[in-house]
Design a protein. Structure first.
Length: 435
């Protein structure tokens, strides 16, 4: 058994049955190709590689064959490999990925020059409307070349997706294997989530006591990040609105930050147009039920034996989200109890749905806060309740599949009326520089 079979589908099965052609060009970043191929396989893909002559100087064909389970195409032969892999008919690839892509190869593709197996495959893919994802890697000054920028713009106009990595140490680095795999999975997303717009609101609220102290809770934000990631992988256009998080957010998820309940309400009202166009608003946030009037500066502790705080009820967020995101948008609310029985979970969950107008309520116990696994009671409006248990990523995936079947019964929200650059992630509040 080839080693690729042992890892296939370890991460997700979203690329099961999908064939990806991986074009490799002569950048030193080609040493990352085995990791890229294996990451695609972990999502279930069948990966076939084609290499330029210069790429074979950077990474050996034997290493690529080991990584993919197939011998790479080094040059075209009478088997017309570019047509066999990407032309019409049985076995046609679902997507052509070029990673890493040099400036030379990008410009050749834009000008119809077919002098390697990689550029010939690109020509067939463009002519046959096979999706193309390009992950460049080059010196930063080459990336600033007006001729290259013109070539990129031309390819983007033809529907090619560019995925840029970090720009550091004078280099435009190739994107990480995880980011490349996520872009491929996203590009091949299928209905009901493909093209849907989802906003995930998560993390913990921090209500300040003074400039250095706050009232908060034990939420890690793991559930929210899992929801946003899994929705992106299914082809949705996702944005994460996050309070305090204890887990990292993948670089391909657009991120907006909030701190207090008032901050979140202000963000929601400022983004009312986006909420109104969303297909789903998912709210696993741990929101404060009470706030405290913040004291300017830092409350001195040296001469105090105790400190009393007066808490006031915080405004409710879910009813406002329902107002800003009316049906048919699906509003998914979360209800947390501590030590409650199964009956109490269901009762409180249904009460929350009635009070807020939520379409789905996910109820769980406080024991799941900060934990890797979850056990949740799912209460969809007008549908039977059911339990889901397992790692939070798996629970999020199952919930999205369930919610997707509900979304399939309604038309997608109307277009935003603005152009979305598929070659770059949407801006993140904490800012990752893109070339």
């Amino acid at each position: 058994m080839h080693p690729t079979r042992a890892i296939r589908g370890r991460t997700t099965h979203l690329l099961d049955g999908r064939r990806i052609v991986l074009g490799i060009t002569g950048s030193i970043a080609a040493v990352e190709v085995p990791k890229i191929a294996r990451e695609l396989i972990r999502h279930g893909a069948d990966v076939h590689a084609v290499m330029s002559p210069e790429a074979a100087r950077m990474v050996t064909p034997e290493a690529v064959e080991f990584a993919t389970g197939h011998p790479p195409v080094l040059q075209l032969s009478g088997m017309v490999e570019h047509v066999t892999l990407l032309g019409p008919g049985e076995g046609r690839a679902d997507l052509f990925l070029i990673a890493p892509a040099t400036a030379n190869t990008i410009s050749k593709i834009a000008h119809g020059i077919d002098d390697t197996a990689v550029t010939s495959c690109a020509s067939v893919a463009l002519g046959g409307h096979v999706p193309i994802v390009i992950a460049p890697a080059m010196h930063s000054l080459m990336g600033e070349n007006p001729a290259l920028r013109e070539s990129r713009q031309k390819l983007e106009q033809w529907g090619v997706t560019f995925l840029f990595g970090p720009k550091t140490e004078g280099e435009e680095k190739v994107a990480s294997p995880e980011e490349i795999a996520a872009a491929v999975v996203h590009a091949l997303g299928v209905p009901p989530w493909r093209g849907r717009r989802a906003i995930v609101i998560g993390g913990a609220a921090h209500e300040p006591i003074d400039d250095v102290r706050a009232v908060t809770n034990e939420s890690s934000g793991t559930t929210a990040v899992a929801w946003a990631t899994q929705a992106h992988l299914r082809g949705a256009d996702v944005e994460l609105w996050a309070g305090a998080l204890r887990v990292p957010v993948p670089g391909w998820i657009p991120l907006r930050r909030w701190r207090t309940v008032a901050d979140l309400l202000a963000l929601a009202r400022a983004r009312r147009a986006d909420l109104g166009r969303a297909d789903a608003v998912i709210v696993p946030a741990a929101l404060s039920d009470f706030t405290v009037r913040a004291t300017p500066g830092k409350i001195a502790s040296r001469d105090r034996r105790s400190l009393s705080l007066t808490l006031a009820r915080a405004p409710k967020v879910l009813p406002e989200l329902r107002r800003l995101a009316p049906p048919p948008c699906r509003l998914v609310a979360f209800k947390l109890l501590s030590g409650g029985s199964e009956g109490a979970l269901e009762e409180e969950g249904r009460r929350l749905a009635q009070e807020t107008g939520a379409d789905w309520v996910v109820a769980n116990d406080a024991a799941t806060m900060g934990a890797a696994e979850a056990a949740v009671l799912v209460l969809p409006r007008g549908q039977p309740r059911h339990w889901l248990r397992g790692p939070k990523t798996d629970v999020a995936a199952k919930l999205l599949d369930d919610l997707g079947r509900d979304l399939a019964t309604i038309a997608p929200a109307p277009p935003t009326g603005r152009t979305r650059r598929t070659s770059r992630a949407a801006p993140r509040a904490r800012g990752r520089r893109r070339p």
